[in-house]
Write a protein that binds this ligand. Structure first.
Ligand SMILES: *Cc1c(COP(=O)(O)O)cnc(C)c1O
Length: 419
């Protein structure tokens, strides 16, 4: 559920008419509903309250500072995958003891800044990475907690670009290598290897792949226990799917019902890393039709948001519902359109062959489900300034990121002398 609804044929975000926001700040524009963010966070929190897990919002899903602050104020920790995300989490006052750090390519500098900040633990993904964290910790005279990310080799039944827990993916360590490393952990004098991390992919709609992966993690935990190696943490990652179209994803409660019995058996502190589940349906991208172009083959609605604003359709063939901000404004007829952006790429589209009410230049459209992996994946391709972001709370709406300017496009460039 989310708080983007029609009232008298007009789309509202909470109590604010979306058209008014678009008129005030221009298009394209990202709009987030604060109430939806909080409700989704609470759904997970409530479903798992019996084990009181640490819920770390996955910052890469939506790293707007105001969004992070909304969640941090309600007790969320953060799952970060770069020095930049760590910086942003600290910037909004997240307690470092609620920050966990994952990613296959952590640099020495990133590792040092995370240790200095005092994060809860790293999720490490390879032997050479462990060696580097150990070296940096020694240099800083610290001992740091580390979970090993294991790759449980399960198929999450999702798009191949967002599957991360199969043996052929670059993520994590296979079970046997992980066990070997735990057994030989004394070679890392400044690491405390104290947990297991699994994150098998994203937009997973069924509980089964999670259950399979957690069972494999439990097998490893038990093998280690038998060898007198006791752990503190089991981090089950994120990946909960949401409704973009006609998916019937498990609810937070279904998910909890399926995995809680297993998690209780682990008798460890549980970490969850939801991203999309919290932010996905909390945001929309609003765009304006610039031209309607009819060709012998197709109708194109050319809009002012492109793949630089929202790359998911181009990158993953992802489906986003697209709604007019005003229903029935030109009658009830529908036509099929390719809804495409202004970028000079054939891969620049938001929807293909989509049945829409008849569109005219100037019409405003809402691309639904754009709150996760929307703005965070945006770019300046074709030298297009990035869109602004607005956060709606009840009757009020606040600009939480300004639209970029042409000056912003060149602010880090240096025209070489003597050209
Ligand atoms: C991306 C990511 C997540 C969040 O995934 P969602 O599908 O958005 O819930 C969680 N943990 C790790 C390690 C990730 O890389």
């Amino acid at each position: 559920m989310h708080h983007f609804r029609f009232r008298k044929n007009q789309l509202y975000c909470e109590n604010v008419k979306v058209e008014d926001i678009a008129k005030k700040f221009g298009t394209p524009i990202y709009i987030y509903s604060l109430k939806t963010l909080i409700e989704h966070y609470r759904k997970i929190k409530n479903a798992f309250h019996s084990i009181n897990p640490l819920i770390c919002f996955s910052v890469k899903a939506n790293s707007n500072l105001s969004v992070l602050k909304v969640l941090a104020k309600r007790g969320a920790g953060m799952d970060v995958v770069s020095g930049g995300e760590l910086f942003k989490a600290l910037r909004v006052g997240v307690n470092p003891k609620r920050i966990v750090y994952a990613g296959v390519g952590k640099s020495e500098r990133e590792i040092a800044s995370a240790i200095k900040a005092g994060i809860l633990f790293f999720n490490a993904e390879s032997f050479p990475e462990l060696a580097l964290i150990d070296r940096v910790a020694r240099r800083l005279h610290e001992r740091i907690d580390v979970c090993l990310r294991v790759n449980p080799d399960v198929d999450p039944h999702t798009h191949k670009f967002i599957a991360t827990g199969k043996a052929t993916n670059k993520f994590g360590l296979d079970m046997y290598t992980a066990e070997e490393i735990f057994l030989r952990s004394r070679i890392f004098s400044h690491l405390n290897l104290c947990g297991i991390h699994i994150h098998i992919g994203s937009q997973i709609t069924q509980a089964q792949p999670f259950v399979k992966a957690i069972k494999k993690a439990l097998t490893l935990i038990n093998r280690l226990r038998a060898k007198k190696i006791s752990l503190k943490y089991l981090n089950i990652g994120g990946g909960l799917g949401i409704v973009y179209r006609n998916e019937k994803p498990q609810t937070a409660e279904d998910f909890a019902r399926a995995v809680l019995p297993l998690l209780k058996k682990a008798k460890l502190r549980i970490i969850l890393e939801p991203g999309r589940f919290i932010a996905g349906n909390s945001g929309i991208l609003v765009s304006k039709v610039t031209y309607v172009k009819t060709t012998p083959n197709k109708n194109f609605a050319i809009v002012d948001a492109g793949m630089n604003d929202l790359i998911r359709p181009s990158l993953y063939d992802a489906y986003h519902e697209i709604l007019p901000l005003e229903l029935n404004s030109h009658g009830h007829r529908t036509t099929k359109y390719d809804i495409v952006g202004p970028i000079c790429e054939s891969g620049d589209f938001l929807a293909k062959n989509r049945s829409m009410p008849v569109l005219e230049a100037g019409d405003l459209l809402a691309v639904m489900g754009a709150g996760a992996y929307g703005f965070t994946m945006s770019s300046n391709y074709n030298s297009r300034p990035r869109a602004p972001e607005v956060l709606v709370h009840g009757n009020t709406c606040s600009l939480v990121r300004k639209r970029e300017t042409y000056q912003d496009l060149v602010k880090n460039e240096i025209i070489s002398k003597g050209l």
